[in-house]
Design a protein around this ligand. Structure first.
Ligand code: LFR
Length: 479
């Protein structure tokens, strides 16, 4: 039917995709059907001044993917929504992009951390912004910009920048703005006083908007490339926020793990937890839809696998690496004997480079037996992630004083059966895995709500996902 389809552009740190969603009416109510129309690699590029996103290529691929979407369903797509990873941004002056956006794994952030902490001590920073200390939080990256902040008149986060290129509208969608370190998690407004203290000019912060805001039609050349001036809706543009919105939970005592490049482990709460205990446990208070708090911890995630594979098979494509990972996980499942476990939260695993070597050295530095060979390393990563995930669930539940009975794992990592089973075993909790495309589903369904294709409210959004997918259940092995 005309106007009943929506398109999502979902940019992840290793790949991007364009997915078309349609609302259909099932026996129990609305359901979402999705169709991948484009998938492309996201390969960062190192230049003499550091590690950058290949930003023009991402924009180009998004436009091409949307053109494919339009051709696949001429005239049917009622709106477009864009989400991506968080924290990264472009600086602009008079609408012109100043430089190529940096990758959050670039080493420059350290200088920014020192600069901000010299002005705002860590305790005060947490009391104000409630964010886990990650060296790449936007506030630190901005503080590392030196002179550029003097000339910039705007900073736009990645999805906001793409929305701006498509529509000409400058705005900051709140879920992603909540990862900058410049948003007050209580009022959900920019903390201009904090920005000033940190040396960040208030003028670069755009007007805040809620997920579900219509931005207007695609204009100019972009509309020509896509084939039509489709409307753009600001979705929960932080990928994790869209993923959490699409957790198919049917009860309230659940924890979630949005498991992609990062494993974002936490709870959905009504209000932020800004205690000292939460700060010391390095828990973050990001913004979800409908004013919810995403109280979570960043665990290193499937990056530990993907970066190991990148080292082992430098010439392979994403698809080849993921099929190799499947084989290695099968081998890993039959590794017997004690499996060495490392701290998956150790920041030394963050930069790109030889990851298996860093894992081996982690054990050697502690005089412990290191895993040997690919299968053992892959098993060691799996166990270490399962332990870190289980710990984070337990810590979240303690810090927020909330019972947890089920862990929902969504995103690409939910396909890793060994990881899901070991998580159930290690946590002693039931694990429900899937959907894989939770982020895109959240993105699509927020648009569907904005257009009135489904009923309003987060509970209804989740009910649509629950009706549309069947999560795989893992029960803890009896010990
Ligand atoms: C996941 C994610 C995390 C964020 C990290 C860096 O894709 O958005 O939530 O901490 O990427 O932006």
């Amino acid at each position: 039917a005309a106007g009943r389809a929506v398109a999502a552009v979902d940019l992840g740190a290793t790949s991007g995709r364009v997915i078309v969603g349609r609302i259909e009416h099932g026996p129990d109510g609305a359901e979402l059907r999705t169709q991948h129309v484009a998938r492309f690699a996201n390969d960062p590029v190192r230049t003499s001044d550091g590690l950058h996103w290949n930003f023009l290529e991402l924009y180009h691929q998004a436009l091409q993917g949307l053109a494919t979407a339009e051709r696949s369903a001429p005239g049917e797509i009622a709106s477009i929504g864009i989400d991506s990873w968080a924290v990264d941004y472009g600086l602009l002056r008079h609408g012109r992009l100043l430089g190529i956006p940096y990758h959050y794994r670039d080493a420059r952030c350290e200088a920014g951390v020192a600069a901000v902490h010299a002005r705002v001590p860590a305790e005060r920073l947490y009391a104000r912004n409630g964010l886990q200390h990650l060296t790449f939080n936007t506030i630190f990256q901005l503080a590392a910009e030196d002179g550029l902040l003097d000339v910039a008149d705007r900073a736009l986060l990645v999805p906001d920048l793409l929305n701006y290129w498509l529509t000409g509208v400058e705005a900051a969608e709140r879920s992603n703005a909540s990862t900058t370190g410049l948003l007050d998690p209580r009022s959900r407004e920019w903390d201009l006083e904090l920005a000033e203290e940190a040396g960040i000019p208030a003028r670069i912060l755009p007007q805040l908007i809620e997920a579900g805001t219509r931005l207007g039609p695609v204009t100019g050349d972009a509309a020509k490339v896509i084939g039509r001036a489709i409307d753009v809706v600001a979705v929960a543009s932080h990928d994790t926020a869209s993923a959490v919105a699409a957790v198919p939970a049917t009860r309230s005592d659940f924890a979630y793990i949005s498991c992609g490049t990062w494993g974002l482990v936490g709870l959905e709460l009504d209000a932020p937890v800004l205690t000292d205990a939460a700060r010391l446990a390095n828990f973050t208070n990001e913004g979800g839809i409908e004013g919810t708090t995403r109280f979570l911890h960043n665990v290193m995630g499937t990056w530990l696998f993907s970066e190991s594979l990148r080292h082992w098979e430098p010439g392979a494509t994403n698809a080849q690496r993921s099929s190799l990972l499947g084989e290695l996980l099968a081998d890993a499942a039959s590794v017997t004997g004690p499996i060495p476990v490392f701290d998956a939260n150790d920041p030394q695993f963050m930069p790109p480079g030889d990851l298996p070597d860093r894992i081996v050295r982690w054990f050697e530095a502690r005089g412990e037996r290191a895993p040997e060979g690919r299968a053992e390393i892959v098993r060691s990563i799996t166990e270490s992630l399962a332990v870190a995930f289980a710990d984070a669930v337990e810590t979240a539940s303690r810090l927020a004083d909330r019972e947890v009975s089920t862990i929902h794992v969504v995103g690409g990592g939910s396909q890793n059966t060994l990881l899901c089973q070991r998580l159930a075993d290690r946590s002693g909790l039931e694990v429900l895995a899937g959907p894989v495309e939770a982020t895109a589903m959240g993105n699509l369904l927020i648009q569907a709500q904005t257009l009135g294709l489904i009923g309003p409210g987060l509970a209804e959004l989740r009910a649509v996902v629950a009706r549309s997918t069947a999560p795989i259940r893992y029960t803890p092995a009896s010990r």
